[in-house]
Ligand binder design. Structure first.
Ligand SMILES: *[C@@H]1O[C@H](CO)[C@@H](O)[C@H](O)[C@H]1NC(C)=O
Ligand SMILES: *[C@@H]1O[C@H](CO)[C@@H](O)[C@H](O)[C@H]1NC(C)=O
Ligand SMILES: *[C@@H]1O[C@H](CO)[C@@H](O)[C@H](O)[C@H]1NC(C)=O
Length: 448
């Protein structure tokens, strides 16, 4: 009865219901897939550039490769359209129309094709009068567009924030989420709500954002450069006290796409992006030409051990626990758990550019790994198994310039068949992020 009444008076009820998190059952781990934007942008010139323009052909091709080349098998499941898929005008009923030349079969057909390959289909709209590239935005058509997406069997909607008033987003993003919900079709809801508010000098209301969105952008669009990747890493590190607690199953911070395999990142830098994104519990949305990606970059994107860190079921976002003289250490609590002890993924990131690998030496205890039962430690890129180490063991890694070493430390247990999995909320309180726990010697990067 309450629901029916709510449906009638619509959005007012959003503020009277006692929902604390968006519970549409989706994105229990960070979404993984392929997204057109960073690599293919708003290329609409199918006449001169038919292979690279935003068209149904491009998305079908990427769908095929996701399946044929093993990406689907390691977890990449969404094929996501971004901006520039629309005609400039809605139809006479106010419905969105895909570009007739570039998407001649229509979005339902494309969605069917993606589904026929056991993948999921994502689309893009904007909470404004126009999309960022100037196509019809959603204002005035929130319910029409939600219904249209549902009728096309869309699985994921990214709602951008150009040509909109940031002050209206606290009302508008939940309102569109409400319309998505009442279609009855589960759709992942990706919001750009906080980043546009931050740009406008506002403090986003994260307790509301995590109630209404499955993922959201906090910071700038990623560009094809190490500089851009570093600026994102810095933003997430510098603001982690605000950002990190908002992540969890069903609701994620989105530091933007993986640009691995494009033009701007070296091999080492690509490994760094993948490792840090896994620590951040980030959505893994590749934006790369899968037709031409070199094998070593494909191997990074398909590294199952790092994907497992990203997709860890506890869904606790990791943090930067050390930063000094160009060396950073990032840490994320993961399963398995033993009593009150987590396992951890640890990333050593070398921001230095002095051209020679830096040694970092640290005991497990200094990293916060204190279970007396010890940890089994392995390197996730190099396939090195360090065996079981005690908290007192000092480990030493060599980190390449603008590169990483990523380790996984699985806590050991006396009762391997009865691993204790308390809920992430009870455990979160026992995770005390460390700050500046190491002292760095001037003559190198070893910690006493
Ligand atoms: C969107 O367009 C309407 C109608 O022209 C206008 O009243 C409103 O201010 C516009 N909103 C934004 C965010 O520009
Ligand atoms: C709609 O919201 C309700 C309440 O949060 C939830 O139980 C349901 O799964 C949602 N349905 C869809 C299709 O998102
Ligand atoms: C933030 O959102 C929550 C949940 O919608 C609401 O209860 C609270 O009043 C909001 N806080 C502010 C400062 O607007």
């Amino acid at each position: 009865m309450y629901k029916l009444w709510c449906a009638l008076i619509s959005v007012v009820c959003l503020f009277s219901t006692k929902v604390h998190l968006l519970e549409n059952g989706l994105a229990r781990t960070p979404p993984m897939g392929w997204l057109a934007w960073e690599r293919f942008r708003c290329n609409t010139d199918c006449k001169n550039d038919p292979e690279n323009c935003i068209s149904e052909n491009l998305f079908r091709t990427m769908t095929d490769i996701l399946v044929a080349e093993g990406y689907r098998d390691v977890g990449y499941e969404y094929i996501n359209v971004d901006d520039c898929w629309l005609e400039r005008e809605r139809d006479l009923n106010g419905r969105l129309v895909p570009d007739r030349k570039r998407f001649p079969s229509g979005m339902k057909e494309l969605s069917n094709y993606v589904h026929s390959k056991n993948l999921k289909f994502g689309i893009y709209q904007d909470f404004g009068n126009y999309t960022c590239a100037g196509y019809p935005g959603i204002l005035g058509y929130l319910q029409v567009d939600a219904d249209t997406f549902a009728s096309w069997d869309v699985d994921y909607v990214k709602l951008d924030g150009c040509y909109a008033h940031p002050t209206e987003m606290d009302r508008g993003y939940p309102e569109f989420g409400y319309y998505l919900n009442i279609t009855g079709r589960p759709m992942v809801y990706s919001c750009s709500w906080p980043v546009y508010q931050i740009y406008a000098g506002m403090s986003p209301n994260f307790s509301s954002i995590i109630q209404h969105c499955n993922l959201w952008r906090n910071f700038d669009d990623i560009q094809d450069s190490w500089e851009s990747v570093q600026s994102i890493i810095d933003y997430y590190g510098n603001n982690q006290d605000i950002i990190t607690p908002n992540a969890g199953p069903g609701h994620w911070n989105d530091p933007d796409m993986l640009i691995i395999g494009n033009f701007g990142l070296s091999y080492e830098q690509s490994k760094a992006q993948m490792a840090i994104w896994a620590i951040l519990a980030a959505p893994l949305l590749m934006s790369v030409d899968l037709r031409t990606i070199r094998p070593e970059y494909k191997a990074i994107l398909q590294n199952r051990k790092i994907i497992a860190v990203d997709q860890d079921p506890l869904g606790i976002q990791g943090r930067r626990i050390y930063k000094h003289k160009g060396i950073e250490i990032w840490s994320r609590p993961i399963v398995p758990l033993y009593q009150n002890y987590f396992s951890y993924a640890i990333v050593f990131l070398n921001r230095r550019t002095d051209g020679t690998p830096s040694d970092v030496a640290v005991t497990l205890k200094e990293l916060g790994l204190v279970s007396p039962t010890g940890y089994r430690v392995e390197d996730l890129y190099e396939d090195v198994d360090y065996g079981v180490l005690t908290p007192q063991t000092k480990i030493k890694v060599k980190v390449n310039p603008s590169g990483v070493v990523i380790l996984r430390a699985d806590v050991q247990t006396d009762y391997p068949k009865k691993i204790f999995y308390p809920s992430s909320t009870t455990l979160r309180t026992t995770y005390r992020p460390l700050n500046q726990v190491f002292r760095v010697r001037e003559n190198g990067f070893s910690f006493p």
